[in-house]
Design a protein around this ligand. Sequence first.
Ligand SMILES: [Zn+2]
Length: 372
Amino acid sequence: MSGFSFNLLKITDPRFRLGKIIFSRNKHEKILDTPNCFVYTIRGSVPHLTPDNLQTIPADAFGITLEHFLEVQPPSSTYFMGGIHKFLNLEEYPLFFDVRDSEKLQNISFGTDKYVPVVTSHGCRKVTLEEYIRYMNIYNPDIFASMTDLITVKNPGLKRVKKSVDRTLNWLDETLEHTKEGIQVFGVVTGYDKHEERERSAKETANRNVAGFVLNGFDLDMTSKERLDLMKISLKYLPRNKPRGIDIFNTSYPSDMTSLGHALTFLLIEDGIQHRREKFINLWDDKYRTDFKPILDECKCYTCQNHKRAYIHHLLKTHEMLATVLLMSHNLFHYLQFFKTIRKSINLNTFTNTAIQFINMYGSDDNDASNT
Ligand SMILES: [Zn+2]
């Protein structure tokens, strides 16, 4: 038997909410305190890290993308009847599935009412709704996002956005009807920059029996203010007693920073003194050649406890794989610490710069949901 519940523990400043998601499966409970992250994976593994490295990271849950499994169809993993947790050796964690990797969304041809196109390392493939639901019923993840008609062209017209909202809602209805009991479905709220469509998508999705919501339909070219305004429209119509986009994020950012040779250094804890620090440092820079400090003095990650900036710089310069392993160990640890700090801030009502930074990164929540 499996179960799922979301407890909204605290709303302090209108912009912050603290919650707890409880997953139960085979009499085991897994708890995800929110705001939190689904750790970003590629083909089910965390970029730059091995399962051994992962032991040092306080990861709570993982996000998996079907797109990465579709080189051959059906994917070999669907022949394994023990479920996706066992297949990926992530049995201890809640797993969230989506069709496409929205962080690395590539512009490909339009889908139809029957399928969405996906990009694999062997070229483009199609995945139908029927296939997606069948795979999810075999994989048995804790949660998956219903299939979405994503638009990958710039500035889509109203007609195209309407079609995207309609398809996404129709697919959600089919999904809710055919998904095995015990697997939670998150509805995807879209609508791009068309306010009335964003409102319709949110209202209609909220009317369905979904466990939570994914906020989608943001263009990477949008300014954070534009994103924020659109997010507010969506959130206004979503019930506050379900997880909804602003509660769970992903960790593609630390992965991308690692690929660039950057180490995250933004401030986590306020000391009452308004001091500035770089958000990240670029360890490729020759100035780190003789820098024998850890990335961050106060960081408790494996890398900062054991290695110096100069060593990582040397590993980068010599194209040693260990460079990105050490960098990712720090970056992911630091990023997850950031969310831990945010939770603490909300709990203690201390609105530090860290919390403000959080709003600036991700947007805020009006908490004026009309249907609660
Ligand atoms: Zn560190």
